[in-house]
Design a protein around this ligand. Sequence first.
Ligand code: UGA
Length: 449
Amino acid sequence: MKQMSSSHMDNIPSTPGKFKMEKSSYIQRCRHSSSVAKLTFFVFLGLILVLFFKSPSTSSLSSSSSSPYSSSSSISSDLSRRSLKTSSWGGLAWEKRVRSSARIRSRNGFSVLVTGAAGFVGTHASVALKRRGDGVLGLDNFNDYYDPALKRARQSLLERSGIYIVEGDINDAPLLKKLFELIPFTHVMHLAAQAGVRYAMENPGSYVHSNIAGFVNLLEVCKSANPQPAIVWASSSSVYGLNTKVPFSEKDRTDQPASLYAATKKAGEEIAHTYNHIYGLSLTGLRFFTVYGPWGRPDMAYFFFTRNILKGKSIPIFEAANHGTVARDFTYIDDIVKGCLGALDTAEKSTGSGGKKRAPAQLRVFNLGNTSPVPVSDLVSILERLLKVKAKRLVMKLPRNGDVQFTHANISSARREFGYKPTTDLQTGLKKFVRWYVSYYGSVKKSDQ
Ligand SMILES: O=C(O)[C@H]1O[C@H](OP(=O)(O)OP(=O)(O)OC[C@H]2O[C@@H](n3ccc(=O)[nH]c3=O)[C@H](O)[C@@H]2O)[C@H](O)[C@@H](O)[C@@H]1O
């Protein structure tokens, strides 16, 4: 198995402040040439618009998924509403950037398409792969489920590591086909998804668009590729739903999903079985258990609890019936990345090509958790100690919003298959998260928080 450093993000600054410095010097350089730049810009814009409305491959439909977590105020739950996102791609310069980003730089290295590369896990996994010499090309639609500025800041971080993110949607078949024409990807790390358990009740269409239609579209392109890549993709601990036997094992039945989110991830596992059976695609599903860490997702409790504590706002702490504790097997991002790379390193090749299966192919599912569930109230106590601020706790009954009372991972099969061994406890992991949070938001305007 390939070696990787303890934390792949060690020497990458976690604060956009440093980026801001670069930007400000960049802005200074631009200022003195702004008039020329403006003229050039408008000429260039005119050219682009002419080309845009002529070219066949420059637009994709994507459901607008503005949500309570995005900076935009309107919450779109109108499933039919779709915005025509112009994600322009193609051309020689674009192809050059794609090839350079995906180029393998180590012997026996991989060439990996990372979907959702501007996402939380996507960013960390992309950096880890690049640092060990793999070729990495990102794909992300930069939707506004949560603040796109955070995704853009992650994009800057990846660009500093030589990773290009193609702006596009996994539903855009012409774009995906073009990428596979350009690059013989050995692997796909499929992390693009509509995440979040509770948001499914506001915008169910976004879960179907990304987690079902998007996944099928990606698999359709992969099965026709030659060579076919091996695929590792993000499933979820939420597929265990209302199960009561703990810890959760991959052998357990998973037919009681508690949310549409969980149901779409469960459906993903069944769809994976189908494409493995018919086309010989090598597929590995990773059931992540409440992943947290620096550069995380603002829609997750550990993240907005931190924000609320610092702003003196109350924190809704869910409690089960009869004052039962609600707990999660919180898993630190560096441990998750080790699991992702372990799954990639042990993924067997797909056996088909050009849509024809030649032999049975590998089909796997693994729990990636921390094996030590922690009550949410204890998470809040850790944050209070780290932030040195008392939280305004608002204990409330677990709403019927798709949340489950507990998760707890049995990780023996991931440990056996690729030596998965989580090493970061919640206290240590939250300390690293809080350090990042304070430095990142300490350097952006208060209004952007
Ligand atoms: O394990 C997973 O697969 C899932 O983990 C998280 O889902 P969840 O565990 O619900 O994470 P949070 O939304 O951060 O909630 C963490 C805990 O805080 C609780 N919570 C959440 C929100 C809130 O206001 N109050 C509260 O007590 C939840 O019930 C849960 O027990 C991610 O959001 C999912 O995308 C991921 O697939």
